[in-house]
Write a protein that binds this ligand. Structure first.
Ligand code: FES
Length: 108
């Protein structure tokens, strides 16, 4: 069963019963506030996740992600959570500093 751990959100765990789901949908369905300024359309980078482990369990980069990578707005260890789909296994991620909400408390 796919599982997401958000490291700097007190290692919050999300367990998914279904494979091949967008990372941001799993995050939102579990009541976690996560930026998505363009409405999950791959047109901004506010939904990005920093990959710690499990990159191999994600779908390949989409053309939107390739575009932002070329522009230098998405590093090699970053993905857009509205584009990346989790098919199996564990994924450990972090919230980017710039995309943290002021009303939420984050950990190290
Ligand atoms: S919400 Fe804008 S790119 Fe993902």
């Amino acid at each position: 069963m796919p599982r997401i751990v958000i490291q700097n959100l007190f290692n919050r765990e999300i367990n998914s019963k279904a494979a091949d789901r967008k990372v941001i949908e799993l995050i939102h369905e579990n009541g976690i506030d996560w930026m998505h300024a363009c409405g999950k359309k791959g047109r901004c980078t506010t939904c990005k996740i920093i990959l710690v482990q499990g990159e191999e369990n994600l779908s390949p980069r989409t053309s939107a992600e390739e575009k932002f990578a070329k522009l230098g707005r998405l590093k090699s260890n970053e993905r857009l959570s509205c584009q990346a789909r989790l098919s199996k296994g564990d994924l450990i991620v972090r919230v980017a500093e710039i995309n943290k909400f002021p009303h939420l408390e984050y950990s190290n």
